[in-house]
Design a protein. Structure first.
Lengths: 366, 518
């Protein structure tokens, strides 16, 4: 049992930590190659992401998006499904949110509008996942292929909707009009201000609480309900699930709906929290980032929170690097992300044999 | 005994897997030209030992001599060169290759294979004659019977120059007649000077065919015996370290009313191939109905249909007052609610989830049970407590509901599954291969529990490839061959020869022959 615990400790904490560390070392080498002092770059990155109110606010704001898409990927993964479609589900989910936030009666209370707008995101995200799910469950079309295709479909659909339907008369840019006030999620700096604390302005808004709430909900759902049990059973062994009276086809459809719904929450943060209107490509990169976050976070909500925070740091710190250093562009963030994904995903078990061998003599003495 | 007579000698061979001491200073010497049996419970280290000999693993320490030469295999290549051949439990054959193509696999010898094919043909014809191993060379392997495929495996070894053949549980997939045939081949091989190492857990085979027998227990070699100077009881005791009841005592069945009636069943397997046709039988409460047959003759498909996993395409099953037809099917959960419990044949893939902890495996099939759910909340503490109590009742070791299912031994996994199904107090029990891959101590325990359930008035349908198991447990036996029932006998009247004939569907053809003559 101690061996069990030690192994789970290696798998859950030590290995991800070493993998991230390796990714950073590799990034440092890249910095040296392009003539940037890696220590200085690290200082800028950390300070830019965590060193002051505004930077931290941005970091957490980016992290919020990654929590939603990370949870989406993780839930699907527990049923053995690789949902690559977070990008599209987030996009269409945003449409759901926007429709509620645009057309509801402006006189309604925020206590009614906000839950409805969130539900709109959940519903549209789920709907966008249901067709790939159905095709996987009942027609055997691989979910990876169909969800990727649905990302492109979402893209085309949103351009059409924004240009032809939601664009206001006389406007040049493909974006909707402003959301009704009642749908705006308060900024964290405003909330603090109302209690008398003054912090710097940042896009960080109360959707971070929604993200924490859904993290807890996903944890409870997966490990403390019979449906979560069914999902995990299907993911681990289809035959055993059937034996246990679980219908894997239904589970696939339901799981993908939940996954899509979670991805659909990106719009809460971006649209209801910050921009208060629907515009093109607000979802850009978060759906795919969510895959890396879920991988790094071992598909566990706690791990996802940590990984999302790390990705938030990379996003915000990377922007600072771009700003501060001349021979660094924002693309360096993509490089760093790529390295993190490479070492956490592709080379997940890089250190495992070494760690096991290292720990074997300790176990022998027990 | 002269030194030169030793084919294989192991001296203090030691092998660890992490904390597991798989082979603990094992000594073994196998005389050339004899049949040497190695017996032991599952996990005793037999397979590890043979894998070291065949180059799959390397020993941590110790010495191996093959024909008095020091030997250290890094891969199976060295073993083959040293004259060791291995026939695995699961055949290593390419199904759609012909026999000839399979035999030269790995020794094609050049870019063009026509030359080696014709060379192999001559050599194989010679070998087949010499050892009585006649096989058609130009038919695809998949069209051969299992017994014939095994011959191909043996031929493959001999063709590569094996002077020592290791066979891992070779009779597991054979009918008794095919096994006897295999033993005749062993005799022929032995007479030609080939050394045979036979790994098995069937003591009957050890007694009837081997010259020497070595017993392993918990990684150690505990005894070497000349077969003529030992007996099954002694060997069983050596294997598990205490006395065992090889024949389970059971009283006469107190048969009640029929609770499961199958009529003219026709069932397709997962691939849509018809595997069961026109099967009818009744199972009564208080009775064990055994279904015998060689693996793959439709018993597995039948079992899945009875458990609601596969739909039936024709006929009907009346079960606990409900009627299942092709139009009205019940899923596994509905059947469980009716009081039908199912212990699946494939423990690893179906009965449990290897990556779930024990308490979650103990929940499989019952996760919707009201007693452990409160609203949406699945009460894990209660699930664990329940798991602990059924583990106690079935002596599952270690009693730890948090341990990963895959970390239990085969016997304990099986006991956990049986505990899950038995402790729900079902009325009908459908049990597939209850003791496959389970050690002797656990076999005894499991069989006793099955009989206890019968005595408690449950209807039990038992499917097993172990004839001995079917015969010692069943009150009535139906035999299946090629998807049909080829015979029904009472448990006490059953003998191996008759069942074997029915399993090969030979009785009927004999009768037909007689009928034709009359």
């Amino acid at each position: 049992m101690t061996r069990e615990r030690r192994l789970s400790w290696i798998n859950g904490l030590l290995m991800p930590f070493l993998n991230v560390l390796t990714a950073f070392i590799a990034t440092a080498i890249v910095f040296v190659l392009i003539g940037v002092d890696p220590i200085e770059a690290t200082k800028i990155l950390i300070y830019g992401a965590l060193g002051y109110d505004e930077g931290l606010g941005y970091t957490l704001y980016y992290a919020t998006n990654f929590v939603f898409t990370g949870l989406a990927v993780a839930v699907a993964f527990h049923a053995g499904l690789f949902n690559i479609g977070g990008e599209g589900q987030a996009y269409v989910g945003g449409l759901g949110t926007a429709l509620v936030a645009l057309y509801l009666n402006p006189a309604l209370s925020a206590w009614i509008v906000i839950p409805l707008a969130i539900s709109g995101g959940l519903l549209f995200g789920a709907l966008w996942a249901i067709i790939p799910a159905y095709l996987q469950a009942y027609r055997g079309s691989h979910i990876v292929i169909t969800t990727i295709m649905f990302n492109f479909l979402a893209s085309a659909l949103m351009v059409y909707v924004l240009v032809n339907v939601l664009r206001e008369v006389g406007e040049m840019s493909p974006e909707s009009g402003d959301f009704i006030k009642a749908s705006w999620l308060p900024f964290v700096h405003d909330v603090f201000a109302s209690f008398g604390y003054k912090i710097a302005k940042s896009p960080l808004n109360l959707s971070i609480l929604v993200a924490l709430f859904f993290s807890g909900l996903v944890w409870f759902f997966l490990w403390h309900t019979r449906w979560g049990y069914a999902i995990r059973a299907v993911g681990k062994s289809n035959d055993a699930a059937i034996y246990g009276g679980i219908n894997p086809k239904k589970v696939i459809v339901i799981t993908m709906c939940i996954s899509g719904a979670l991805a659909g929450l990106v719009g809460i943060n971006e649209l209801m929290g910050v921009q208060h209107r629907l515009f093109l490509n607000f979802n850009y990169g978060y759906g795919f980032g969510g895959i890396a976050v879920a991988l790094m976070g071992r598909n566990h909500p706690v791990g996802i929170l940590i990984a999302a925070f790390l990705f938030g740091i990379l996003y915000q710190g990377g922007a600072e690097l771009d700003f501060e250093l001349q021979n660094v562009s924002r693309d360096i963030v993509v490089v760093m992300q790529g390295l993190v994904i490479l070492f956490c995903g592709g080379l997940e078990y890089l250190y495992r044999p070494i760690l096991i061998r290292f720990l074997a003599p300790i176990e022998g003495t027990e | 005994m002269a030194e030169s007579n030793i084919a294989i000698e192991l001296i203090n061979v030691d092998k660890h897997f992490g904390a597991v001491h798989a082979n603990d200073k094992v000594n073994l010497s196998v005389q050339s030209g004899t049949i040497h049996g190695i017996v032991g419970e599952n996990g005793a280290g037999k397979s590890t030992l043979m894998s070291i000999l065949y180059g799959f693993y390397q020993a941590d320490s110790g010495q191996i001599k093959v024909f008095n030469k020091d030997f250290r295999a890094i891969s199976s290549k060295q073993s083959i060169e040293a004259g060791i051949g291995m026939v695995h439990q699961h055949f290593m054959l390419v199904d759609n290759f012909t026999v000839l193509e399979n035999v030269i696999l790995g020794s094609e010898g050049g870019a063009l294979i026509s030359e080696s094919l014709s060379k192999a043909r001559i050599e194989l014809t010679r070998l087949a004659k010499e050892y009585g191993l006649e096989v058609e060379l130009d038919v695809p392997v998949e069209s051969l019977s299992v017994g014939m495929q095994q011959r191909v495996e043996i031929l493959k070894g001999l063709y590569k120059g094996a002077k020592v053949l290791i066979l891992d549980e070779p009779t597991g997939v054979l009918t008794p007649q095919e096994s006897d045939e295999l033993f005749r081949i062993f005799e022929a091989l032995k007479n030609q000077g080939v050394t045979i190492i036979l790994i098995t857990h069937k003591l009957r085979e050890i007694m009837s065919i081997t010259d020497h027998v070595s017993v392993m227990r918990a990684g150690k070699m505990v005894a070497h015996r000349e077969t003529s100077k030992t007996n099954p009881e002694e060997l069983a005791e050596l294997m598990i370290g205490r006395k065992v009841l090889l024949n389970i005592q059971k009283s006469k069945a107190n048969t009640g009313k029929p609770v499961l009636v199958a009529k003219n069943l026709e069932i397709d397997n997962e691939q849509g191939l018809k595997r069961v046709s026109d099967v009818s039988f009744e199972a009564h409460s208080g009775e064990i109905l055994g279904i015998a047959g060689v693996t793959g003759n439709g018993q597995g498909t039948l079992l899945k249909a009875l458990a609601g996993i596969l739909p039936i395409s024709n006929g009907s099953i009346e079960i606990m007052g409900e009627t299942i037809t092709s139009k009205n099917s019940l899923n596994p959960e509905q059947l469980r609610n009716l009081g039908v419990a199912h212990v699946p044949e494939d423990r690893q893939r179906m009965g449990m989830i290897a990556e779930f902890i024990a308490s979650e495996t103990a929940l499989l099939g019952y996760h919707n049970d009201k007693s452990i759910n409160q609203g949406i909340w699945l009460k894990r503490a209660l699930v664990k407590a329940n798991c602990e109590s059924i583990m106690q009742a079935f002596d599952v070791r270690p009693i730890n509901p948090n341990l990963m299912s895959s970390n239990f031994s085969g016997g304990n996994q099986q006991k956990l599954i049986l505990a899950r199904e038995f402790e729900r107090d079902p009325d009908v029990l459908i049990i597939g291969q209850p003791t496959r891959g389970v050690d002797i101590g656990a076999i005894e325990f499991i069989r006793k529990r099955i009989i206890d359930m019968r005595d408690a008035g449950k209807a039990i349908i038992l499917i097993s490839v172990e004839l001995e198991e079917i015969m010692s447990l069943s009150d009535r036996i139906v035999v299946m061959c090629d998807g049909q029932i080829t015979g029904t006998v009472n448990g006490e009247d059953a003998d191996e020869a008759t069942l074997g004939m029915m399993m090969a569907n030979a009785l009927q053809s004999e009768n037909e022959l007689k009928g034709a003559k009359l």
